[in-house]
Design a protein around this ligand. Structure first.
Ligand code: PLP
Length: 406
């Protein structure tokens, strides 16, 4: 296994030098948003300082250069996802916009009264609400697949719930609330065999390990740039180009048209069809820099995260009254937990006093929390730039919270 020098990696992230109340910040909230390496910050500022112009419509050199950068970024995203054709990569604001785009546009073309959309009970609200809106418009129905008490998709139930009415199966690769890695290749195979289209929400997987759309066999996949060390406001919808080309536009405006006439307008093919208006050019450039950065650290970075996960699981399990929520054997470095007698919000606030930053609450997964019969959790989520020392600081801080609240 390649060695991983976490101190050297941390030096790439200016924010990780931040101190809170005189202590070094332990940032354990990367599942919400990852910090940015200098390579990304520099790529974005270089773009604005030296390379910026509007794209696609300029005949002058600077605009052509900016266009080339934007399109190179698209090609890099395609390579990152092992997608054979960059035309399948649509730049969007993030996973939320990607799923809304598919639910709205694909939904208009394909969803009819009586159809079913199969989700899992562990989805982020971003992969529930757009489908509810689309279902309501079409007279279709959203069907949630149950999740086991260990926090895994009930695969037998998933297979059972797929049927002739299932038009779409949309599920997350990795649970943001629990860290569970779902068997998405198998779920995709089952759904495709039942004749459904498949969307994979790769928001929490693209940041931890390589994602291969060709191997998964899905029709759509999305992720947000900011969770993969990229800028905010940029994300990716990947779709099979032939599917995207057959979908109606999501938004109208400049750049997505072939010809505009008051008698009727015609649209470009994908991806431009879905990129109305001036896109987030700097975001795309920053995202490409982020993907280059994280790809170069793998697989050692992933192995490091898995060591942090194993250590955190072992240390937190040894704290009396602490219960880990979500104990699937295959997880990314996320530990969700509850502490007896202490509300997650209070735990989070007390950890903050020790400069340990975690997220608390329902993690935008209210249906999952209802299913598990809990109001929410405390979630520590680790990235490759976290250290074993930070895990031990989390443990020590939790022991202090425990002493205060037990
Ligand atoms: N899906 C999952 C699994 C997520 O974790 C998130 C964000 O937490 C989203 C979708 C939505 O991402 P964004 O808010 O960047 O659009």
């Amino acid at each position: 296994m390649a060695s991983f020098d976490v101190d050297r990696v941390r030096a790439d992230f200016p924010l990780l030098a931040r101190r809170e109340r005189g202590k070094p910040l332990a940032y354990l909230d990367s599942a919400a948003s990852a910090q940015k390496p200098r390579a990304v910050i520099d790529a974005v500022s270089r773009y604005y300082a030296e390379q910026h112009a509007n794209i696609h419509r300029g005949v002058y050199r600077l605009s052509e250069e900016a266009t080339a950068l934007f399109e190179q970024s698209r090609a890099e995203v395609a390579r990152y996802l092992r997608a054979p054709d960059p035309r399948g990569v649509v730049f969007v604001r993030g996973a939320t916009e990607a799923i809304n785009l598919v639910a709205d546009s694909w939904g208009r073309a394909h969803l009819r009264s009586g159809d079913e959309i199969l989700l899992t009970a562990m989805e982020h609200h971003a992969n529930i609400v757009p489908w509810q809106i689309a279902a309501e418009r079409a007279g279709a129905r959203v069907v949630p697949c149950p999740v086991t008490p260990r926090g895994e998709v009930d695969l037998a139930a998933f297979a059972r719930l797929l049927g002739p009415r299932t038009r779409m199966a949309a599920f997350t690769h990795v649970s943001n609330a629990l860290g569970t890695v779902n068997p998405v290749a198998e779920m995709t195979r089952l759904a495709k065999a039942a004749g459904a289209a498949v969307l994979v929400d790769a928001c929490q997987s693209a940041s931890h390990f390589d994602v291969d759309v060709a191997a998964l066999g899905c029709d759509f996949l999305c992720f947000s740039g900011h969770k993969v060390c990229g800028p905010t406001g940029i994300g990716v919808l990947w779709g099979r180009p032939e599917l995207l080309d057959a979908m109606p536009p999501y938004q109208g405006g400049g750049d997505m048209i072939q010809r505009v006439d008051f008698a009727g307008t015609t649209y470009r093919a994908a991806p431009e069809r879905f990129e109305a208006g001036t896109p987030h050019i700097a975001g795309a450039v920053g995202l490409a820099a982020a993907l280059r950065y994280v790809a170069a650290l793998r697989p050692a970075a992933h192995a490091h995260e898995q060591r942090l996960l194993a250590l955190a699981t072992e240390r937190l399990r040894s704290i009396p009254g602490l219960r880990i929520v979500g104990e699937a054997p295959d997880k990314v470095a996320v530990v969700s937990f509850l502490l007896d007698g202490a509300h997650p919000h209070d735990v989070g606030t007390l950890l903050d006093a020790d400069a340990v930053a975690v997220r608390v609450g329902h993690h935008c997964c209210m249906p999952l929390m209802s299913l598990l019969g809990i109001p929410g959790t405390v979630r520590a989520s680790f990235a490759f730039y976290n250290t074993e020392e930070e895990v031990l600081r989390l443990e020590a801080s939790l022991r202090r919270v425990r002493a205060m609240t037990a």
